[in-house]
Design a protein around this ligand. Structure first.
Ligand code: COI
Length: 360
């Protein structure tokens, strides 16, 4: 093993490089989302009230005590970020500081320690610099970055853990959803309630979605549109994405104030670009009846999801009880233009006019 020490602000990040790269036998053709991982990973431990042992090392399994708290009580959070490269091979990360801020908001809600910028951002920058040859260059492909933290105390007592692990792994990935989706409006299960953890990127939020999504699949739908837990009327998110409706010359998306919705970085980017395209963006409570009324009046033009993994994903069918709304996605103009403008920035084809691209 080659060992070197790279000094960044504080704390120090130790680097242990893999002797051989898996890249030599890796194919970038038909890349699925999140299945393959690069040569290295970052790992850091929180013990005795401080972050230590910050290390970039060859990608490898973890050895955990069976009583590790996260496995039992779910004190676990994560982020999703993407890296791209320009035509000269320079690597960029899309808005990592926004994900860094959201990560520590999630950490606070789950009673976990904050991760310092020197580890989250500098560690990510260094890790990607080492594995930059893994960044795909094909359309709709990227290097998906997965920072995550979980409690590591070996105890069955229900309490905040006294130790944690923070890690970053990297996955060269293709599109998350490859075709327009069929969605139904969920009226039985709930994803989030005010006062809960809907705004946090907590592992448990994704666990609760699995049974409702499996039931949606049985009915021939791809995902559900989550609604409020009291009346099942106010829309929240679609699957793992934020949701947008284009009605007339306005774009509508649910407001974040009730704390039930993830403050998506792609959601925020979409709002910025839609405004640049001349649309009024309304962030408000959205009643499903309002969507149906717009559909009946012929004013509901487009429905799409936004997310880091999913980017901008069109919805071709939306069903509420017995009312089915079908869309001719091929004829849409707004979300394709939004997606193009976003991708052009991320693939460095146009100037980074919003300061979103963080150069490695
Ligand atoms: C992301 O967009 O990064 C997500 O949160 C989706 C992920 C759970 C696959």
């Amino acid at each position: 093993m080659t060992k070197l020490i790279v000094m960044v602000a504080a704390p120090q990040i130790n680097v242990q490089k893999a002797e051989t790269s898996k890249l030599q036998s890796f194919s970038f053709e038909n890349l699925p989302f999140g299945k393959y991982f690069t040569d290295h990973m970052l790992e850091a431990d929180y013990e005795d009230g401080e972050w230590k042992n910050v290390e970039i090392k060859p990608y490898q399994p973890l050895l955990l005590d069976p009583s590790t708290a996260a496995i039992h009580y779910g004190q676990a959070i994560f982020e999703g970020i993407k890296a791209y490269k320009d035509s000269e091979g320079n690597a960029f990360i899309f808005r990592p500081h926004d994900n860094f801020k959201r990560f520590n908001i999630s950490a606070e809600r789950l009673k976990m320690p904050a991760v310092p910028e020197e580890i989250f951002i500098e560690g990510m920058r260094l890790l990607i610099d080492i594995d930059k040859n893994w960044i795909p260059s094909k359309e709709d492909h990227s290097l998906y970055i997965r920072p995550f933290m979980f409690s590591t105390e070996a105890t069955l007592g229900v309490k905040p853990s006294d130790s944690y692990k923070f890690m970053i792994i990297l996955s060269p990935s293709g599109p998350y959803y490859s075709k327009p989706m069929r969605i139904y409006v969920e009226e039985k299960y709930s994803r989030a309630a005010p006062g809960g953890i809907g705004f946090a990127k907590a592992a448990g939020n994704y666990a609760t979605s699995l049974l409702p999504t499996a039931e949606a699949h049985k009915l021939g739908y791809d995902q559900v549109l989550w609604t409020d837990p009291f009346e099942h009327k106010y829309v929240q998110e679609i699957g793992t994405m934020n949701v947008f409706f284009i009605i007339g010359d306005k774009a509508y998306t649910p407001e974040l104030e009730s704390g039930t919705i993830l403050a998506g970085v792609t959601r925020d980017s979409a709002i910025t670009i839609l405004k640049e395209m001349g649309y009024d963006v309304v962030e408000d409570k959205i009643n499903i009846e309002q969507i149906i009324k717009a559909h009946k009046a012929g004013e509901l033009r487009e429905v799409f999801g936004t997310g880091t993994a999913a980017t901008i994903s069109p919805i071709k069918e939306l069903r509420y009880e017995d009312y089915v709304m079908e869309f001719k996605v091929d004829e849409w103009t707004v979300s394709p233009e939004l997606k193009k403008r976003l991708n052009d920035i991320r693939n460095c084809k146009v100037a980074d006019r919003f300061g979103w691209m963080f150069k490695i």
